[in-house]
Design a protein around this ligand. Structure first.
Ligand SMILES: [Zn+2]
Length: 124
């Protein structure tokens, strides 16, 4: 381990540590820490959230549960002129999951907006 003379402690790692979760910053009596799960790393006192990628990067995982690129969105206009967003996640036909931003979906987990999008897809 290399210690930089004019910066006794803490010494930033030569390359960021790979972690499983996006890191958080915490101020503790013993100093400032970047924390991700069980990984704690002491960082300089003036470290900001924007500096964190220098110390910790989130590991790329092969199968993210809800990968953004597999999500599709449709804007649906409701009967009162409101606009709702229907989101489809998952590309495997058995695992496709729809959600909608309208109140009805929030209560019943189904709504006409989702139904209309499903019909559009099935019609293809
Ligand atoms: Zn809806």
């Amino acid at each position: 381990m290399t210690v930089i003379d004019n910066k006794p402690l803490p010494t930033p790692p030569a390359s960021p540590i790979e972690v499983d979760w996006p890191p958080l910053l915490a101020n503790l009596p013993s100093g400032r820490y970047a924390i991700s799960g069980a990984t704690w790393l002491r960082v300089p006192e003036d470290t900001t959230f924007e500096d964190l990628p220098r110390y910790m990067v989130v590991k790329e995982r092969e199968s993210q549960p809800a990968a953004p690129q597999s999500a599709r969105e449709w804007k649906v206009r409701g009967s009162k002129g409101n606009e709702y967003i229907v989101t489809q996640r998952g590309s495997d036909s058995r695992q496709i999951f729809f959600s909608c931003t309208c109140v009805g979906y929030g209560f019943r987990r189904k709504c006409k907006h989702v139904d209309s999008i499903k019909k559009q897809i099935e019609a293809k």
